[in-house]
Design a protein around this ligand. Structure first.
Ligand code: 9MG
Length: 284
């Protein structure tokens, strides 16, 4: 199955890796990777993206606003200043499939203008103007579920039936996107692991991921280094590689099409082993 993403055709017949490139000075676990002191450094951003592409990433997700629990919003201008030059440089220098991680309609339009091939919106195109802006780009869009906003979302997340509520929300956002003129074959869904969810909520969602996959839209998941691993294993963010790899494998086995990660090389090894096992014996 192929996803038409700008100039790229993305083969989703087996799970692919989306590498995380945060252009924030303060992100969840990799903040400041692209900074020289307090200055965003395009060469550092390019070097990190090139390494991820070399290691097996197929998509680079560029974000300029931290969405970690407790993060404060940034201004539109700050987001534009961080994201647009990086997207432009990546497209020019690496011809990479670049996704823009934003909820802001102007950032979506500007990123598309300089060559982004996909939109990743953790707020599911709910901001004013986002539906129209995303539709005008003609790019695929990932619609993610989040309860609350990053600054307060982990305070006291509550659900009756987590899967049902995530599904109802995503169905409503699919309908809104279609009504705005976004074709169904450009939509991806994401249950939003860690976004207004307790450890128990995240585990149930992962276990029941096949039910979300059955809706027929490609699933994008982000579990890499998240605080659910801190809660489950008592590990600091720098010690969550093994847990992240286990979650990536479990998600792939449950139907995830795109896996958003920090540790690209290790995740690529895990997915390569998985494909070899799945292919074994098929021609015998
Ligand atoms: C930007 N961002 C951080 N975590 C994410 C996740 O789990 N999914 C998506 N789509 N984006 C995310």
């Amino acid at each position: 199955m192929f996803l038409h993403a700008g100039r790229h055709q993305l083969d989703l017949s087996s799970p692919v890796i989306m590498g995380i490139l945060n252009t924030t000075p303060d992100s969840f676990s990799d903040g400041g990777d692209c900074y020289q002191g307090d200055r965003l450094d395009l060469d550092l951003a390019l070097a990190r993206a090139r390494q991820m592409l070399h290691d097996g990433a197929v998509i680079i997700d560029v974000g300029g606003e931290s969405t970690r629990p407790g993060a404060k919003p940034v201004s539109r201008q700050q987001e534009l200043d961080r994201v647009v030059p990086v997207v432009e440089a990546l497209v020019r220098e690496c011809d990479a499939l670049v996704s823009v991680d934003t909820s802001d309609p102007v950032v979506m339009s500007e990123a598309a203008r300089v060559g982004a091939s996909m939109i990743n919106d953790v707020r599911g195109l709910q901001r004013e103007g986002a539906l129209a802006a995303a539709a005008a780009t003609g790019l695929p869009v990932c619609l993610m579920h989040m309860q609350g906003e990053p600054d307060v979302m982990q305070a006291n997340p509550r659900y009756g039936d987590i899967l049902a509520e995530v599904e109802v929300f995503l169905t409503a956002r699919i309908e809104a996107a279609q009504a705005a003129g976004i074709s169904s074959d450009l939509l991806l869904l994401d249950p939003g692991f860690g976004f207004g969810k307790t450890l128990a909520h995240n585990l149930v969602l992962l276990q029941q991921l096949p039910q979300l996959a059955a809706k027929g839209y490609p699933l994008l998941v982000g579990l890499s280094r998240k605080s659910l691993l801190g809660a489950l294993l008592g590990r600091d963010v720098s010690e969550r590689l093994a847990g992240s790899l286990a979650l990536a494998l479990l998600a792939a086995d449950r139907g995830a099409a795109i896996i958003r990660v920090h540790d690209v090389a290790a995740t690529a090894d895990v997915l390569a082993v998985r494909s070899a096992v799945m292919a074994a014996g098929q021609d015998h």
